[in-house]
Design a protein around this ligand. Structure first.
Ligand code: PHE
Length: 364
């Protein structure tokens, strides 16, 4: 027994020293295995208990249990200390230096088309319009026939576009695919799928085979359509006047409506706003000149019929304008082609700060 007491005391001293000297978790685990593992030294001693006298066995067993618990507790303590030390080291070496100044990165800009479309959405949303969409790849029916452009009508010539091969899954006019020349196609889609009252705006890409300072093969339009039981020309004028004054931010902006022609509206008009060109620059507002900004009119009875609406019951008005054009006018951009050249210097100059964009509350 005396031998055993000594052995236990020795083991305690030995392992306490080893545990205290362990500098990493892996080494500490090796010590645990050496002491308490299946073939560990303390475990080994436990296995010899069976050979001892009952009285001695009891005392030795109790002493070994105490040793076992002490060693386990020491290992656990050391483990916590090592983990804390490792974490402290990590925190010290991986600390982010928040005093570093920001890298001079390039700032992106919002394209004037996106900016303008958002302004338009906001103005028309305030008047109760919702946004509708339609496909860029259209068919002859929606782009022309349903809009009262009969086959072979000369007005089709003004909308020369890009034609795609016939769609083998469709028949007749639905098979004739083309890139839409205007957003008026969505008037048809809306009237055929929605019950009046209808009050929508449509924004998106349109295509025509033109290319000069004021025309690109792809451009954007915004279209409006209102259909209800008693809608008349006065509503059209009021709505567009409010829109123009709000968009150009000129409260007493003069406007005028000139008679015009579109196959899908009757009567049709073009809307001009007052401007001055004195001194070479263009100034929107009072002045002796006029500037055309959009086409509009009362929806033609044939179009209503083509969409299954009774013209004696429903009337409405429609308008359409070029997004680039009104962006050029408001923001003084001289050449339409530059919108799509992807020159980042142009975007830096004409684009909008994403965090400080003009809006209806702060003004443009
Ligand atoms: N779709 C016509 C165009 O592109 C514009 C327009 C729309 C005219 C709606 C009247 C009514 O020229």
């Amino acid at each position: 027994m005396a031998d055993m007491t000594q052995t236990i005391a020795q083991l305690k001293t030995e392992f306490t020293g080893l545990i205290g000297a362990a500098t990493d978790l892996r080494g500490l685990d090796d010590i645990r295995v050496a002491a308490l593992g299946k073939n560990g030294r303390i475990t080994g001693l436990m296995k010899t208990l069976g050979q001892l006298d009952p009285q001695i066995r009891k005392e030795t067993g109790a002493a070994l249990n105490v040793l076992k618990d002490e060693i386990a507790a020491l290992i656990e303590k050391q483990e916590r200390a090592l983990k804390k030390q490792a974490l402290d080291e990590k925190l010290a070496t991986e600390r982010a230096d928040i005093t570093l100044s920001v890298r001079p990165e390039r700032k992106g800009h919002i394209h004037p088309i996106s900016q303008t479309m958002e302004e338009l959405t906001s103005i028309f949303a305030d008047m109760g319009f919702t946004v509708a969409e339609g496909p860029d790849i259209e068919d002859d029916f929606h782009n022309f026939t349903a809009l009262n452009f009969p086959p072979g009508h000369p007005a089709r010539e003004m909308h020369d576009t890009f034609y795609l091969p016939d769609d083998p899954d469709e028949k007749g006019e639905a098979a004739k695919k083309l890139l839409r020349t205007h957003t008026s196609t969505v008037q048809i889609r809306a009237m055929r799928s929605q019950k009046p009252p209808i009050r929508i705006i449509v924004m998106g890409r349109t295509y025509r085979s033109d290319y000069d300072m004021t025309h690109t093969p792809m451009f954007h339009q915004i279209e409006g359509l209102v259909i209800d039981r008693n809608t008349h020309m006065g509503h059209l004028k009021g709505c567009l006047m409010d829109f123009a004054r709000s968009y150009f931010e000129v409260n007493d902006l003069p406007v005028r409506f000139r008679p015009s022609f579109f196959p899908f509206t009757e009567p049709s008009a073009e809307m001009d706003i007052g401007c001055s060109r004195e001194g070479g620059g263009l100034k929107i507002g009072a002045g002796s000149d006029w500037l055309e900004i959009l086409g509009c009119g009362m929806v033609h009875p044939n179009v209503l019929k083509n969409c299954g609406l009774n013209p004696d019951e429903y009337q409405g008005f429609a308008f359409g304008m070029g997004v680039e054009r009104i962006a050029m006018l408001k923001y003084g951009i001289p050449d339409l082609r530059t919108f799509f050249e992807s020159d980042v210097r142009w975007l830096d100059h004409y684009g909008f700060d994403p965090l400080n964009r003009p809006n209806r509350a702060t003004g443009g």
